[in-house]
Ligand binder design. Structure first.
Ligand code: CO
Length: 197
């Protein structure tokens, strides 16, 4: 029931105020998160929940399959604001195993507009795996494709003028590639961090 959400929200708000009477006052006055999270829209991968971060601690952008498109004004505006105005120190591009977007990208069937969105994953599947159709993809292959896609998105974000300018302006910000396991709830660092280039 949609009405339940409002009731749960009231209970949550009340609980926060009991824990700390100035909880919302403090948050309303200042937003200074140290992290920008760029993750998949998948409902099972909520940034705050899986990192144990409170409201105010992570700036979030999510899209299908956590992709970086150099013409995505939404994503670029988020990154620019996070780096220049909020002064985030870490950008985390986080993928997840079992990503439906990654699977769809190499399924070989036409789904519509999303096929264009998922194009970067098909490009990686060609260059890194040399096969494109899902009937030849094992679960292990798809997991590796999820990992390779995250690494490629780190490189793509690092190449954007937005990040190049940030580093030229001596902004202390790094881009990290992580992946999340739906089965165990664990994050892994794919060790592809870019500090500046
Ligand atoms: Co996904």
């Amino acid at each position: 029931m949609i009405g339940d959400l409002l009731a749960r929200n009231r209970a949550w708000s009340d609980a926060r105020k009991i824990e700390r009477p100035d909880y919302f006052q403090r948050l309303a006055n200042l937003q200074r998160p140290e992290y920008l999270w760029i993750g998949c829209s998948d409902s099972r991968v909520p940034a705050n929940v899986i990192t144990g971060l409170e409201p105010g601690e992570v700036f979030v952008h999510r899209n299908v399959a956590n992709l970086i498109h150099p013409t995505d004004l939404n994503m670029l505006s988020v990154v620019e604001f996070a780096v220049h105005q909020l002064g985030v120190k870490h950008i985390i591009i986080c993928g997840h195993y079992g990503c439906g977007g990654v699977r769809a990208a190499v399924s070989g069937s036409r789904l519509g507009l999303i096929d264009n969105w998922l194009q970067p994953i098909r490009d990686i599947s060609r260059t890194t795996f040399n096969c494109q159709e899902c009937d030849r993809w094992t679960d292990a292959d798809l997991d590796r494709l999820c990992e390779e896609s995250v690494k490629a998105q780190v490189t793509r974000l690092a190449s954007t003028p937005t990040m190049q300018d940030a580093w030229r302006d001596k902004k202390d910000v790094a881009i990290h590639g992580w992946i999340y396991g739906l089965h165990d709830g664990l994050l892994s660092d794919l060790t592809c961090t870019v500090q500046a280039r």
